[in-house]
Ligand binder design. Structure first.
Ligand SMILES: Nc1ncnc2c1ncn2[C@@H]1O[C@H](COP(=O)(O)OP(=O)(O)OP(=O)(O)O)[C@@H](O)[C@H]1O
Length: 199
């Protein structure tokens, strides 16, 4: 189990998370829902080791075994789409495997044919899908997704969510994700955690 126990975090006088507990079965998909500013991103950052909690403990794996989609897509602007994905892949992977993996991820995101485009040439929704592909590319045990489907129209959102969670399910990846979309959370998560002011 991955666990967080009695996690608390404040920024100055502002207490954002109080005594938060969660236990997650590896390979499961867990959604965090809650009002804006309630601390969802902060919690993902604590679980992934990017932010330190003030108190409490967690047993999530560290660097190397995790990947992320942040709220901003954070693509490297000087690399094209294909190079952005290449950049994250381990050097140990052979050339043909790298090419095959990138091709299949671009196809999965409905972006075949955009490999040579630079981030500035992509719409927000396209950049979002490349950020998702980049999070899926490495062999990470746990994936943290912070509002991964924003900028996609409802039909595409559902289609990309289905492919993303299917891909993660087949590879037994654990997903902890933040969304404001209760329908998507219900369709694609094993558990939904209503994260709110009580934390
Ligand atoms: N590094 C920081 N320094 C100071 N305050 C911070 C910092 N990071 C987050 N906060 C504050 O902590 C609170 C929770 O922020 P967080 O981004 O975790 O919320 P959220 O639930 O993810 O919000 P949203 O749904 O709008 O993305 C907010 O009031 C935010 O301003």
């Amino acid at each position: 189990m991955y666990e967080m126990r009695k996690i608390s975090k404040a920024f100055g006088d502002k207490r954002v998370i109080r005594d938060f507990d969660i236990a997650i079965t590896p390979g499961s998909h867990q959604a965090l829902l809650g009002p804006s500013g309630c601390g969802k991103t902060t919690l993902l950052k604590i679980a992934s080791g990017l932010t330190k909690a003030d108190s409490g403990m967690h047993t999530f794996p560290g660097k190397g075994s995790i990947s992320w989609v942040f709220q901003e897509s954070r693509l490297l602007p000087w690399l094209n789409v294909r190079e952005n994905l290449e950049y994250i892949l381990p050097q140990t992977l052979g050339r043909a495997d790298r090419t095959g993996l990138i091709d299949s991820l671009l196809e999965m995101m409905d972006l075949s044919g955009h490999g040579s485009h630079f981030p500035r040439e992509l719409s927000g929704g396209m950049a979002r899908r490349i950020a998702l592909a980049r999070a899926l590319a490495p062999e990470a045990e746990v994936i943290f997704l912070d509002e991964p489907f924003t900028g996609l129209n409802p039909e595409l959102r559902w289609k990309i969510a289905e492919k993303t969670f299917d891909y993660c399910r087949k590879r037994s990846k654990t997903v902890l994700w933040v969304t404001h979309d209760e329908g998507l959370a219900a369709d694609f998560s094993d558990d939904i955690h209503h994260f709110g002011l009580r934390h």
